[in-house]
Design a protein around this ligand. Sequence first.
Ligand code: HEM
Length: 159
Amino acid sequence: MVVENPRLVAAAAIRVDSRAAGGANDLRPRNASGIDRMTTYGLLKILHIVLVLISGLGFAMRGFVRLVLDRPLANPLVRFGPHLVDTLLLASGVALWILLGTSPLGQAWFGAKLALIAGYIVVGIAAFRSEGRGRGILLFLVALALFLAIAWLALLKPF
Ligand code: HEM
């Protein structure tokens, strides 16, 4: 059984507090303008995750209406909005990649994620261009599975 010294626990709590408050013990890396780099990374990551949710839900809804219900996507917002969201999603991912300084070859989960993203884009486009309805729905389901696999890889980093 581990018995913790209450005075050491209190001292550790004070150190954590002063780090969080940006005090003398705040050792988080800062850039030239004094902006906390970790904060920039954290905000970008939140933006990335919000864009992942908007993009994924939008793709699922468009596929359901266009391919499963067989109805046209006539609204200009539905036609051009996804391009904007997906461009921002890719840009935020690349920005995180640069800040993280990670390599797709060095980190297997990241390499696999990039490969699956390429597959998701190809299969997703093929689903909407498909001639037959059954084939379109099948490709749509494969694209959805790829999207979920990408998110799973990013969240769990299993290898
Ligand atoms: C379909 C597109 C994408 C999906 C579904 C997706 C999903 C996610 C999710 C869920 C996270 C959060 C992981 C966590 O909380 O630890 C994440 C983080 C990240 N994503 Fe993406 N992403 C996509 C596109 C991209 C692209 C295109 C890139 C780079 C080219 C990228 C690079 C990153 C990086 C570097 C992180 C941070 C990992 C970390 O901090 O541990 N993502 N992504």
